[in-house]
Design a protein around this ligand. Sequence first.
Ligand code: PMV
Length: 315
Amino acid sequence: MMTTSTASGKIILFGEHAVVYGRPAIAVPVTQVRATATVTDAPAGSGCTLVAQDLGEAVRLADAGADHPLALVLRLALDAAGIAREPDWRVVLTSDIPIASGLGSGAAISAALVRAALTHAGQPAPPETVSRLVYRSEELFHGTPSGIDNTVIAYERPVWFVKGQPPESFAVGQPFTLAIADSGIPSPTKESVGDVRRAWEADPAGYEAIFSRIADVVHGARRAIRDGNLAAIGALMNVNQQRLEALGVSSAELEKLIEAARGAGALGAKLSGGGRGGNVIALVDEQNAAAVQAALLAAGAKRVILTQVGTAAIR
Ligand code: PMV
């Protein structure tokens, strides 16, 4: 028997960093890129082998240490499925989601793995369970994540996210297109989150004020998205970017990409995720999508993905 499950990438539209401090954020799945996990029954007594195909790496579950992230996820899933004895499985993982660039590659690989393991064990794999198990693994390796990555990837639909609360879906009045440009610079999310924390500790009132002004943008964005008001969504992306600059998580390279996108006609642009490196997102329409994509590449983007928000997700 063979079970294959997949999980999409994700991108944060509004509210990164402030979300760590209890403010809302909006994130959407990026379904063009996916992680895939395949579980196949292996001969009896052969045990469980995890194969990370892209890394050319294979490890026996019994030999993997407690610090092996994928083995940890698989153990959590087996535990949730009520499987106490190591099963005779071959588990193969692949992904076309660029790593360390804010597209949620780690959470997506974990989500695909949890889905495939639960399904192969004959158990249901509802989004709440997938989200919870992926969060537990992220927590062990990334400190204090807000939980937005595992949530949007497990539910695979646009989410309004507040830390510690169940995710809400929200209405998209009119589908819109984003250009996601990879700066090619790895995004050190843990570092930028740590720097913001130190700055907040030194000046709590000042930083709380910026977080609250980011929250205003996120509330405005929810209304603009509901109303299908693309000009307003774009303007709010620009305001959110200014406030991320005030937090100290932008960079000259990201701002060069943002300027290039705006100059080529994007309705708005901002960094997405942890910042410093990683992705820039730009709101485009049919008329300017190609020009914005070309301008981003000319300004140094390593690759540009166009993704539609508000159309049904394909699993
Ligand atoms: O870099 P990404 O896309 O994984 O996003 C990080 C988002 C932060 O708000 C900066 C951190 C978090 O845990 O939400």
